[in-house]
Design a protein around this ligand. Structure first.
Ligand code: ADP
Ligand code: ASP
Ligand code: MG
Length: 449
């Protein structure tokens, strides 16, 4: 095992010169933290995604390009000697300009990944130089040399064995000498094409890298001092959780708590790496430890909300007392590589939600070919504008009486696809997007305040 920590700083933590300086101070104060994984500066990935989706209006495109340049120039202007870093940044901005033009003619997933990766490529130049100017022995490393993935652009899957051996040979020795600054979110496939892990993927990158270098700990520095009982932006009375188990935190991430990318805890769990979540703005406030063993396992731990849900309802009278219907449905979904998330069934119908979307954002879609094949079997209805609410806790499937409390609190809401009992750690359902925040606020008020 390596004796150092991996630290990840998200977009708001590297938003500008002041924010980046706070990251540098955190690293200075923690001699054990030797590998730093960062996101693009706040707002940059959104701008790049918009460009990658294809902006044909020339004026609007150049407006977006100017916004991108300004964000980076603001940091450059505060460095003591920005000459070399500025030329690195302008070279990347030139690439962005030509890729954005190409995307305005013919967007593609491969092009999107190449384009959106530029955010992290730029932020790492800036933070490395800023740290060097503070006297830190910082070294920028292009993670595409290590983070090998398959070629599923927009939602690439890591190739763990290759990542491990590349990290051991290239990254670990570098961390003995330097504080290494590298990119979250991006990787490369076997042919050397740039790939991305999906929106919010820097957390996942950091965990994969921590696993591959066999780090002692993983620090996730963000804009809130830890994991809260729910998103504090939705319920201002939400409170931070000092310690949470891997299973509870994984459920939260899976069910949409934006604080962690859904896959983040998988590598950390595999290698039993303790994870800390804290605020880069207020590190003195402490944060949340995610551990295997925790002292307290309350019935209700947290509430999560995931919007942009796509619900597909399949109905067939032939399903009644028949066998093989669901097998056929899942065969079609598998053939089209459609990953299903929630599922509920009745005698003649089955409802399911489609798994989360990739880097380009938006609600997941049922591909037309898959829909046509399903329609040969049954009727197909697709609904959007739904959000998934999840109540996360412990021993929920063994406890009595609380469902009444939950559903009583939400008696005037239209709840769909209630899923309960399969996991001891959650109860979840869909609500209309327009009601979703209120549903979280009501539940938080009743169960946590
Ligand atoms: P970063 O850019 O650092 O990755 P994100 O914006 O992706 O940060 O995630 C942090 C945000 O997650 C917080 O500002 C908060 O609004 C949101 N969030 C959602 N659920 C929670 C939760 N349970 N606890 C804390 N923050 C949460
Ligand atoms: N920059 C990427 C995004 O905004 C990845 C990340 O921040 O985690 O989605
Ligand atoms: Mg994030």
């Amino acid at each position: 095992m390596s004796n150092f920590n991996v630290a990840k700083f998200g977009g708001t933590s590297v938003a500008n010169f002041e924010a980046m300086s706070r990251c540098a101070a955190i690293v200075e104060q923690r001699p054990n933290t030797r590998l730093v994984v960062i996101s693009a500066c706040s707002g940059v990935t959104n701008l790049l995604v918009e460009l990658a989706n294809g902006v044909s209006d020339n004026d609007h495109r150049s407006q977006l390009l100017t916004q991108l340049a300004t964000i980076h120039e603001n940091v450059l202007s505060q460095l003591s000697d920005a000459t070399k870093t500025a030329s690195d940044i302008y070279e990347i901005l030139d690439t962005v300009t030509s890729l954005a033009e190409a995307a305005s003619i013919q967007p593609s997933k491969k092009l999107t990944d190449h384009l959106v990766a530029c955010g992290e490529l730029m932020s790492t130049h800036l933070l490395t130089k800023l740290m060097q100017e503070r006297g830190i022995n910082a070294h920028r490393f292009d993670i595409r040399e290590v983070l090998r993935t398959n070629s599923t652009f927009g939602k690439a899957e890591p190739e763990l064995d290759t990542i491990f051996s590349l990290a051991q040979s290239r990254l670990v020795p570098l961390c003995q000498e330097h504080i290494v600054i590298t990119q979250g979110f991006i990787g490369s496939d076997e042919q050397g094409n740039t790939t991305t892990l999906g929106r919010g993927g820097s957390d996942y990158s950091a965990a994969l890298i921590a696993e591959a270098v066999e780090a002692k700990g993983l620090e996730i520095w963000t804009d809130v001092p830890g994991i809260y009982t729910t998103d504090p932006r939705i319920a201002p009375k939400a409170t931070p959780i000092a310690e949470i188990s891997f299973s509870e935190a994984s459920e939260m991430a899976n069910f949409g708590a934006k604080i962690l990318h859904p896959s983040t805890l998988v590598p950390a769990l595999r290698h039993e790496i303790p994870v800390f979540v804290g605020s880069s703005k207020q590190p003195e406030l402490g944060g949340t430890w995610i551990r295997h063993q925790v002292e307290d396992s309350p019935l209700f731990r947290a509430l999560a909300l995931r919007c942009n849900q796509t619900m597909v309802t399949l109905r067939s009278a032939r399903m009644f007392h028949a066998y093989g219907f669901l097998a056929k449905v899942f065969e079609i979904l598998a053939k089209h590589k459609i990953s299903v998330d929630l599922i509920t069934t009745s005698e003649i119908s089955v409802s399911l939600t489609l798994d989360q979307t990739d880097t380009t954002g938006g609600a997941p879609q049922l591909p037309q070919e898959a829909r046509a094949e399903l329609e040969e079997l049954c009727s197909v209805e697709v609904e959007h504008n739904l959000c998934l609410v999840a109540l996360i806790g412990n021993k929920m499937s063994e406890s009595k009486g609380y469902a009444k409390h939950v559903f009583g609190t939400l008696e005037d809401f239209n709840l769909r696809m209630i899923c309960y009992g399969a996991s001891p750690h959650n109860l979840c359902f869909l609500v209309n997007e327009a009601d979703s925040k209120l549903a979280i606020q009501r539940l938080h008020n009743q169960l946590f305040e």
